[in-house]
Design a binder for this molecule. Structure first.
Ligand code: ZN
Length: 347
């Protein structure tokens, strides 16, 4: 198992998070990276630094005007005569939510305040002075790990933070700024005709779904808590199956709140059956631990051992596997969850 991580990813240090009408302590703390690194070092897995690829490598997935916004947002925000400690939107433009429209046009206004509302979709994606660098490094981590798989490696782990799976082609949300798993999938398409992404996180991988919603070459599957009463609320339903060329190449498997490892294991079996039918040559697992019962923003009830079972199920699928880190905010257990998953994957 090769693993990648860059220390710059811990520089992103959000100060604010809006939850049910209150500004509360952020959940995506830099210390998360230390806990995950601990699980790797405990297993003698060396941590390699990704190589720099720069922003061009991510334009294959994200709109250029969105990348321009991310790169310039902090400087423009901090140049405002009066501003808060982070880039944080206070306007939310109407979007019709129609998935058949793959991307919106660029923001019509030049104002950084307007663009912040246009490109940051909710109040969980504040941007500080280092957010862009951390997000870029996370994407580079995903690409470096993907290159291991492209060269014939059987497994690789990308310790991505910030996470990625809520990022659409042109909009950040849900602690995510660049869609690391989608960037890796696009990169792997240079080598493999058919790539499958299995998103195992308490939250629907809405950004990943949107990016590939019209495509048949990247199968997207997400197992997550039912969005009827859980973020991201507006997508993640079973009837969302893809459009156009992508019809039936998206599968959502929502779980009822309170579901345990048994329901998760059943859903993973369904997902892997679909991946077999798709005849994927490579599998990307977008892996979060916020399905653990102790997660501070979770509604599912998995135990640490359940992540080991998921790892074993994925191992049995027998595909080259890239693991891309997503969420998980129970600081005291996320390292154990990663460790259990890797043990299961390793057999
Ligand atoms: Zn999550």
């Amino acid at each position: 198992m090769r693993a990648f991580y860059h220390p710059d990813q811990a520089l992103h240090d959000p100060q604010q998070y809006m939850q049910i009408g209150r500004v509360v302590a952020p959940k995506d703390l830099p210390v998360r990276t230390e806990k995950l690194i601990g699980a790797l070092t405990a297993r003698d897995i060396a941590i390699e630094q990704p190589h720099e690829v720069g922003p061009d490598a991510i334009r294959a997935v994200h709109a250029p005007y969105y990348i321009d916004f991310l790169m310039s947002a902090w400087d423009r925000w901090s140049a405002l005569p009066v501003h808060g400690v982070e880039v944080w939107p206070n306007t939310f433009p109407y979007w019709n939510g129609r998935p058949e429209e793959a991307a919106r046009p660029p923001c019509p206004a030049d104002s950084i305040i307007a663009q912040t509302g246009w490109y940051l979709g909710d109040l969980s994606v504040p941007m500080g002075p280092h957010t862009w660098l951390s997000a870029l490094r996370a994407a580079e981590t995903a690409i470096s790990a993907a290159e291991v798989i492209a060269r014939g490696g059987r497994s690789a782990y990308a310790l991505c933070r910030p996470s990625g799976h809520h990022t659409r082609s042109d909009r950040g949300s849900g602690f995510c700024y660049l869609n690391n798993a989608a960037i890796a999938a696009q990169h792997l398409r240079n080598t493999f005709p058919r790539v499958a992404i299995l998103d195992v996180d308490a939250h629907h991988g809405d950004g990943t779904q949107q990016i590939f919603y019209h495509r048949a070459d990247v199968l997207t599957i997400s197992v997550h808590a039912d969005p009827l009463n859980y973020y991201p609320f507006f997508t993640g339903y079973a009837h969302e199956t893809g459009l156009g060329d992508g019809a039936y190449f998206n599968l959502n498997l929502p779980l009822q709140p309170g579901s345990t490892g048994d329901a998760m294991a059943t859903a993973i079996d369904v997902a892997l059956e679909r991946i077999r039918a798709f005849d994927a040559q490579v599998l990307i697992v977008a892996l979060g631990y916020d399905a653990h019962r102790l997660d501070p923003i979770g509604v599912l009830k998995l135990e640490v051992e359940d992540f080991g079972k998921i790892g074993a199920q994925i191992r049995a699928a027998g595909l080259p596997t890239l693991i891309v880190q997503e969420g998980g905010y129970a600081i005291d257990v996320i390292g154990d969850c990663l460790g259990a998953f890797l043990d299961g994957l390793g057999g």
